[in-house]
Design a protein around this ligand. Structure first.
Ligand SMILES: C[S@@+](CC[C@H](N)C(=O)[O-])C[C@H]1O[C@@H](n2cnc3c(N)ncnc32)[C@H](O)[C@@H]1O
Length: 234
């Protein structure tokens, strides 16, 4: 085994602990506003497939009448999602989680679900986001996407002061140092390389035109993030 291959599959601290992931996400983005908006767009009595669901924070904001299915490659996150549900953090009546690679398209059921949610995943799998969205549009009646505009420290506005200070300092870090911090502590999910993830570099105009290119007709801005909705009925 080479040193390089030993590093493949290594997850940062953030992706080793669902608690740390939730804590940091809450500090970086206005998570409440983001998930409440997605939940409102979903509504009631729907079958939802949340692809790359992570710790399933979205479930805390969904109407209990919905049926929720979450897929992610990170087993620890899925375990946290289930535990949180059993502790009553989500009021949903039915939740199922599966450890799957969302890019294995033969894994998808033939029957369409009502809604596929793709939240904070496109920038991880760049440039496979086009095929992922195309596949989602085949398997759902509605697709909701939510992505940050950009992921480099200099481009993130951040929701809390503590993170804003870190990012202000981080802007001056040499690329190699930031790469190391990302690898050990931040957005390294153990599957997608830094090179892939950090090429997600948009502004308000370019992210909107990307969404339009992928077929999302309705687009909303939520500070650092954009939500897009594709509906097969339109
Ligand atoms: C930034 S997190 C987003 C999690 C969640 N959607 C949210 O809103 O908090 C990205 C997630 O994508 C998962 N992931 C990355 N590539 C994946 C793949 N190919 N298949 C399944 N999950 C993947 C990671 O394990 C991680 O949980």
């Amino acid at each position: 085994m080479t040193f390089k291959s030993a590093l493949q599959g290594f997850r940062s601290l953030m992706y080793r602990s669902g608690r740390i992931y939730n804590f940091l996400s809450n500090k970086i983005y206005n998570v409440r506003r983001k998930y409440l908006s997605i939940s409102k767009l979903i509504g009631k009595n729907k079958h939802i497939l949340d692809l790359a669901c992570g710790t399933g924070f979205l479930t805390r904001f969904l109407h209990p009448s919905n049926i929720y299915e979450g897929w992610d490659i990170n087993r620890r996150f899925l375990t946290k999602l289930k535990k949180d549900w059993m502790r009553g953090k989500s009021k949903m009546k039915y939740i199922s989680v599966k450890q799957k690679n969302i890019l294995d398209f033969h894994n998808y059921a033939k029957e369409k679900v009502d809604v596929i949610v793709l939240c904070d995943i496109l920038h991880h799998i760049n440039p496979s986001h086009f095929t992922l969205v195309e596949n989602a549009q085949i398997h759902a009646r509605k697709v909701i996407v939510c992505e940050p505009i950009a992921v480099k420290p200099k481009d993130i506005k951040a929701y809390t002061r503590f993170i804003r200070i870190f990012l202000k300092i981080g802007k001056f870090f040499p690329e190699k140092l930031y790469k190391l911090i990302d690898f050990l502590f931040l957005d390294n999910d153990g599957v997608n390389t830094y090179k892939k993830r950090l090429t997600w570099n948009h502004n308000n105009k370019s992210i909107k035109s990307l969404y339009k290119k992928m077929g999302f007709e309705k687009i909303f801005e939520i500070k650092d993030n954009y939500i897009g909705v594709w509906d097969s009925n339109n």
